[in-house]
Design a binder for this molecule. Structure first.
Ligand SMILES: Cc1cc2nc3c(=O)[nH]c(=O)nc-3n(C[C@H](O)[C@H](O)[C@H](O)COP(=O)(O)OP(=O)(O)OC[C@H]3O[C@@H](n4cnc5c(N)ncnc54)[C@H](O)[C@@H]3O)c2cc1C
Length: 540
């Protein structure tokens, strides 16, 4: 390779992918004094989070909408460390209310702000459940608290190779010990359980159990009776946003504004950001990174690469199987990651009537999952490539709390995140899936909000295959790879890759496919950057 051929420039660190994790990793590396280039294949930053309803043929008017609409696990350490508030991050609603929608118009409210509202609302269904709910929440919060510190840490290996690793195991043991004997026993008993069994042990109200069961599975291809969905529920509850554990917040300006704040933080730290820059190959010489080849034929000269692309893309495509051990290739090929989450957006001519005021609607995360069986049967259908007649979904109307998120003509946009969506519709193509998603979502919403159907001005949908096509993540999965216990922590994304390092020296994984998984947390990006920086510091 001649110097002249490397017209892409020379950097200490190159980051593949401009999703939020790539931006976080790049910003942290630059703040540590490295020269950093970030290479994003697409024309926009934000990866899955900002994928919007702007497909050809759409009549538009959805301006600020993205696939993600809520933030629940963004690392507080990152918000502070990257000064994201100074770079423009604000929350229009810091703590959303959860509102379970029921056929017939009844509502069950779990308020993010007022325990008495929650008690009264649940009490209308079951006074016993209203009494039990605070203790249940406190119990989950204690267990989630014990797991939370490990979200921000690099998992140890199973080799117990040095004191730092032994210390990590001691930390893990201490976190369990600190729970006390009763909670420790509880955690050990329930962590592998399914969320349906857990909620049925405590509650009798179908709507409440449906709401909790839905939260346990959203983002993954699970039903509430799938094993270890208590773990996925606890993981969701272990995030802290705007100072509240387990809450969901609405970013002002939508997910695009969070990405813009990260972009500003990265640029301020000195990161050079290039869009339309697809990485075609990680160049490897004698088992270590020797640069990147871009699709336009140029090359980047660098010795450290942090890749936020899917682990399969990074290792099997960009590095190539010939550089890898056969067992690793097999584990990566078999890791589960077919997406089961889709979006439908509606631009409405009027505020819909879900039985809430416009102000309350803007502050609410509406969930349609009326009972556990509803969500479980949807999962059964999706498993066999069928679309359930009625889809479980999470709905927001962000423009009602934040005028920046109104559609064109100042119209409210309804953003629906759909669970139980098959990655492939049996015997049908993706266009048919998209049409079916639109038809079933609008039919369900028309039942739940009288008059809504007549106010629909525009509608768009996003399928898992479209997520895959737009981001290059095979499967188009929310977490890149499912976050069941067998694909988490020491085993994520595959045995031997859990420390973000790869068999190629200088190549690190930093996207949602790594610990602790997806969602707008920034944690895989931050943990990977820390690990890579520590390794290069040691070698310098
Ligand atoms: C339908 C849906 C709804 C969701 N809703 C929410 C929500 O409300 N809240 C929430 O917290 N999370 C949500 N998520 C999950 C969240 O969006 C993702 O977990 C998160 O965006 C993953 O971020 P990432 O940076 O790790 O990866 P990605 O967002 O996948 O970014 C990876 C980037 O790498 C780029 N790339 C890939 N290959 C190359 C290459 N060869 N060269 C250069 N660039 C490359 C891609 O173009 C992409 O921009 C949702 C996900 C989906 C699918």
């Amino acid at each position: 390779m001649t110097g002249a051929a490397r017209q892409g420039g020379r950097y200490d660190v190159a980051v593949v992918g401009g999703g939020h994790n790539g931006l976080v990793a790049a910003a942290l590396a630059a703040r540590a004094g490295r020269s950093v280039v970030l290479l994003e294949a697409g024309e926009r930053l934000g990866g899955m989070a900002t994928l919007g309803p702007r497909s050809p043929g759409s009549d538009g008017g959805f301006d600020s909408a993205g696939a993600a609409h809520l933030v629940d696990g963004l690392s507080p350490a990152l918000v502070q460390g990257l000064e994201l508030h100074r770079h423009g991050l604000e929350f229009a609603v810091a703590t959303m209310d959860d509102v379970a929608l029921l056929p017939g118009g009844e509502l069950l409210v779990v308020s993010g702000r007022d325990a008495e509202t929650t008690r009264r609302s649940i009490g209308r269904f079951s006074p016993r459940d209203a009494e039990r709910f605070p203790a249940f929440e406190a119990r989950l919060a204690r267990l989630a608290d014990a797991l939370a510190p490990f979200l921000d840490r690099v998992p140890p290996t199973l080799k117990f190779q040095d004191w730092a690793e032994r210390l990590e195991y001691l930390r893990l043991g201490w976190a369990m010990r600190r729970l006390g004997r009763k909670d420790m026993r509880d955690l050990l008993r329930i962590i592998g359980m399914n969320a349906a069994d857990l909620t049925e042990e405590v509650f009798e109200t179908d709507a409440l159990k449906g709401l909790i069961g839905f939260d346990a599975v959203l983002g993954n291809r699970f039903g509430p009776r799938s094993p270890n969905t208590v773990y996925t529920l606890l993981q969701r509850k272990s995030g802290t946003i705007a100072g509240r554990r387990g809450a969901a917040a609405l970013p002002k300006g939508g997910p695009a504004a969070l990405i813009a704040a990260l972009e500003r933080a990265a640029r301020a730290a000195g990161v050079e950001i290039r869009t339309g820059a697809r990485v075609a190959q990680v160049l490897v010489d004698n088992g270590r990174v020797n640069g990147l080849a871009l699709a336009d034929g140029s090359e980047i000269d660098c010795r450290t690469v942090l890749s936020s692309a899917h682990p399969r893309t990074t290792l099997l495509d960009l590095v190539g199987v010939r550089q890898l051990d056969a067992d690793l290739v097999r584990s990566l090929r078999h890791a589960r990651g077919e997406g089961g989450t889709a979006k439908v957006w509606l631009r409405l001519g009027a505020v819909p009537d879900f039985g809430l005021s416009a102000g309350d609607l803007g502050r609410s995360r509406l969930v349609f999952a009326p009972d556990l069986g509803f969500v479980e049967r949807g999962h059964d259908a999706a498993k066999y490539g069928e679309l359930p007649d009625r889809l479980a979904m999470e709905i927001t109307l962000p423009g009602l709390a934040d005028a920046h998120q109104l559609g064109s003509g100042q119209k409210p946009i309804l953003s629906a995140t759909l669970a139980n969506v098959p990655y492939r519709l049996r015997n049908r193509d993706d266009g048919a899936l998209k049409q079916a998603l639109i038809q079933r979502t609008t039919a369900a919403l028309a039942d739940l909000a009288p008059g809504l159907a007549e106010t629909i001005e525009a509608v768009e949908a996003l399928t898992p295959k479209q997520v895959e096509a737009a981001t290059g993540a095979p499967g188009g999965h929310w977490h890149h790879l499912e976050t069941g216990l067998d694909q988490t922590y020491l085993l994520r994304p595959a045995p031997g890759l859990a420390q973000y390092a790869t068999p190629i020296q200088g190549l690190w994984l930093c996207g949602a496919g790594s610990h602790p998984g997806g969602g707008l947390t920034g944690r895989p990006g931050a943990n990977a950057a820390r690990a890579a920086l520590a390794a290069t510091r040691a070698r310098r």
